[in-house]
Unconditional design. Sequence first.
Length: 195
Amino acid sequence: MRTTALAVAVLIAAPPAAAVPRIYEVDRGRSEVAFLIGHMIGKVRGRFTRFTGRIEGDFDNAAAASVELVIQAASINTALPRRDDHLRGSDFFDVKAHPEILFRSEKVAPRGKDRYDVTGILTMRGVAKKVVLPVKILRTDLGAGGVDKIRFGVATTLDRRDFGIVWNKVLETGGVLLGDEVAVEIELEAVARDK
């Protein structure tokens, strides 16, 4: 009886064990990396079909989490092959010289329920720039070992000129062919993996 009471007292007094960071890998089949850009009097929507992503962290200490997303620039798809070939060339993404678009986080800051500002370095076409991405947790699926899946979204706007993508064409009717601001819409579903 005395031994049992002592064991209970030790357990109560001991500090709680720190949560073990988990590794989540993006499931490409359930994720999307898309964009929208002004084109003449309308808009063009496109997406990247090949990418990988990894998140490491735990929900009790989101500020210590890290995020990495690697996009294969040549996988761009705007549903028009001729336009996609132009986008892969030196006027735009120059995929032979710069095959990857890379985001690596440096800081994660909570911004209310299920919302975070993720600051990191976005490298595109060989240009590295610090950006802040507003992230919203859309859904988590609970399994026997805790959270096994997480789905989150990012909606932001980038200026393509910041990354050296400056090609444009003046229209005979006035104005230019392409807008400079690109709306980026990302939804990723990530699955927990063992280390």
